[in-house]
Design a protein around this ligand. Structure first.
Ligand SMILES: CC(C)[C@H](C(=O)O)[C@@H](O)C(=O)O
Ligand code: SF4
Length: 485
C-alpha cells in the first residue's frame, strides 16, 4: 500500500508524535532546545522548585544575546569588562548560574561562537533538517530555513521542554507560499518576505505553518532562506519551512555539531525523503512572481505596512477595511509621515544593520558593496553594524568588511540583538527614524517613540550614505557588478 502524499510539515510532525490525544493535540518530541537569558530564568526556577533536572542537556544549548551590550566585552588584556546596566548584568549572571547548576551546554559571552541564538543554531550545525527546534523566542521560525520544524514557545513551555523534552501541541494548517522567477537587480530575500507579509497580512498566517516553495526560494542561499523563514512569525504563522536540499547539506557539512561519518550519510539519506510529495495538499496557497517584487520598505508600525521604495506613504482612506484605516492613520501619526509623501523623501537619522534577520556574512557583504567608497551622510547620528555572531564578525574582518564600514563612518560592534529591540544600550531616540534590517517595526520597538523602517541590508546601507530612504538600484546603477547578494 502506498502512503498518501504528505507535505514536509506533515512528515516532520508525524515523525515526532509521542502520543495523540482525542482532541487532536499531540505530545511532540523535541530534538533541539535553544535557551537565552530573557525567557529562561523562571523556567529554571520552576525546575528547581519541583526538584527536577534537565532531561536532555545534550539536546539543549544556551547563549546570551538580548541584554548583552554590543560594545567591547574584554579589555586589551583580555579581561572581562563588567556590564554597566544592573538588570542586564543580573540576567547574564542568572543564565550562567542556571546552565552551571543544570549542566546545560553554554556558549560564553566572550567566546568566538557567541551570537544571536538564531544565527548560532544553524551556524553550529545544532539545527538540522527534519528536527523539531524550539526556543523561548518568537523568531525561532528562522531555523525552518534548514528544513526544521521550529517555533517559539512561552516560558512555561520552556520549563516543560527542559523537564520532558516534549511539548503538547495542536497541529497547524499548511500554507504554500510559492514565488517563481528571478529576483531583479537590488532585490533581496528581505524584500521577498516583506512583500509576502504585505500580501497576506500580519495575521494572514495565523494557524498555519508556511512552506516557501518555487524557483525563487530554490535559488536562494541558506542565508537568504534564514532571512525569509525568520519573518514567518511576522505573518502570524506558527513557523516557516524550506525543503532541505543540496545547499542545505553543503551548508551543514563539517559544522561543529553536525553529524559526521556514517551518521552524516544516513542522515542525508533521510533528509532527502523530507520534501513535500507530489500531489500533497496544502490548506492554502499563495502564488507570487519575483518580477513584481521591488526593494521594499515599511512606512507604518506593523510589518504588513510595506510599499516599494518607488512608492509613497499611503492614505489611510485607501484601505478597504475600516479597522485598517484607523490603524494606518495612527501609524502615520506615530511615524510622523503624511499620506502621499514620497518614501524616498523620508529622512533617516539611524541605521541598524544586524538582528537575527540580517546579520549573517552575506548580509554584511551586500551592505558593504553599497558602502564601499562612500561615506555615512551628515544627518546620520548613528550607523551600527552588528554581526550576528563572533564567527560572522571574524569572517567579515578577514574579508576586510569591517574597514569598509568603519572607513565610511559606521560603528563595528560585538554580536547581539542590539538595536533590534530596546533591551540593551543600543536604542533609537523618540521621534527619530531608523532604517533597520530587523524584523519588527512595532511602536517603541527600538526605544520609546522610535520610528522604524524595515529594509534589506543593501537598502539600509543606501539610506546610511544618503541620509534618507533610497532606492539602492539608483545608487548602484554605476557599479552593478558588485550587487550580487
Ligand atoms: C525577548 C524575546 C522573548 C522576544 C521574542 O520572543 O521574540 C524577542 O526576541 C523579540 O524579537 O521580540
Ligand atoms: S535579534 Fe531581534 S528578533 Fe532576533 S532574537 Fe534578538 S531581539 Fe528577537
Amino acid at each position: 500500500m502506498t502512503q498518501r502524499p504528505r507535505t514536509l510539515y506533515e512528515k516532520i510532525w508525524d515523525a515526532h508524535v509521542v502520543e495523540r490525544r482525542d482532541d487532536g493535540t499531540c505530545l511532540i518530541y523535541i530534538d533541539r532546545h535553544l535557551v537565552h537569558e530573557v525567557t529562561s530564568p523562571q523556567a529554571f526556577e520552576g525546575l528547581r522548585m519541583a526538584g527536577r533536572k534537565v532531561r536532555r542537556p545534550d539536546l539543549t544549548l544556551a547563549v546570551a544575546d538580548h541584554n548583552l551590550p554590543t560594545t567591547a566585552r574584554v579589555d586589551t588584556e583580555g579581561n572581562r569588562l563588567p556590564i554597566a546596566d544592573p538588570a542586564s548584568a543580573e540576567q547574564l549572571r542568572t543564565l550562567e548560574a542556571n546552565v552551571a547548576e543544570f549542566g546545560v551546554p553554554y556558549i560564553d559571552a566572550i567566546a568566538a561562537e557567541q551570537g544571536i541564538v538564531h544565527v548560532v543554531g544553524p551556524e553550529q550545525g545544532f539545527t538540522l533538517p527534519g528536527t523539531t527546534v524550539v526556543c523561548g523566542d518568537s523568531h525561532t521560525a528562522a531555523h525552518g530555513a534548514m528544513g526544521a520544524l521550529a517555533f517559539g514557545i512561552g516560558t512555561s513551555e520552556v520549563e516543560h521542554v527542559l523537564a520532558t523534552q516534549t511539548l503538547q501541541l495542536a497541529p497547524s494548517k499548511t500554507m504554500e507560499i510559492r514565488v517563481e522567477g528571478e529576483l531583479g537587480f537590488g532585490v533581496s530575500p528581505k524584500d521577498v518576505i516583506l512583500a509576502v507579509i504585505g500580501r497576506i497580512g500580519a495575521a494572514g498566517g495565523t494557524g498555519y505553518v508556511l512552506e516557501f516553495r518555487g524557483s525563487t526560494f530554490e535559488a536562494m542561499s541558506i542565508e537568504g532562506r534564514l532571512t525569509v523563514a525568520n519573518m514567518a512569525i511576522e505573518a502570524g504563522a506558527r513557523s516557516g519551512l524550506f525543503a532541505p536540499d543540496e545547499k542545505t547539506f553543503a551548508y551543514l557539512k563539517g559544522r561543529p555539531m553536525a553529524p559526521t561519518g556514517e551518521a552524516w550519510d544516513s542522515q542525508v539519506a533521510y533528509w532527502r525523503t523530507l520534501p513535500t510529495d507530489d500531489g500533497a495538499r496544502f490548506d492554502a496557497s499563495v502564488v507570487m512572481n519575483a518580477r513584481d517584487i521591488a526593494p521594499t520598505v515599511t512606512w507604518g508600525t506593523s510589518p504588513e505596512d510595506v510599499a516599494p521604495i518607488t512608492g509613497s506613504v499611503p492614505a489611510p482612506e485607501s484601505f478597504a477595511d475600516r479597522s485598517k484605516q484607523e490603524a494606518a492613520a495612527k501609524s502615520l501619526a506615530y511615524m510622523g509621515l503624511s499620506s502621499g509623501q514620497a518614501l524616498q523623501d523620508v529622512a533617516i537619522q539611524h541605521v541598524f544593520i544586524g538582528s537575527c534577520t540580517n546579520s549573517r556574512i552575506e548580509d554584511l557583504r551586500a551592505a558593504a558593496a553599497v558602502v564601499r567608497g562612500r561615506k555615512v551622510a551628515d544627518g546620520i547620528k548613528q550607523a551600527l553594524i552588528v554581526p550576528g555572531s563572533g564567527l560572522v564578525k571574524r569572517l567579515a574582518e578577514a574579508e576586510g568588511l569591517d574597514r569598509v564600514f568603519t572607513d565610511a563612518g559606521f560603528e563595528w560592534r560585538e554580536p547581539g540583538c542590539s538595536m533590534c529591540l530596546a533591551m540593551n544600550p543600543d536604542k533609537v531616540p523618540a521621534g527619530e527614524h531608523c532604517a533597520s534590517t530587523s524584523n519588527r517595526n512595532f511602536v517603541g520597538r527600538q526605544g520609546p517613540g522610535s520610528r522604524t523602517h524595515l529594509v534589506s541590508p543593501a537598502m539600509a546601507a543606501a539610506a546610511a550614505v544618503t541620509g534618507r530612504l533610497t532606492d539602492v538600484r539608483d545608487l548602484m546603477r554605476g557599479n552593478a557588478g558588485e550587487m550580487a547578494a
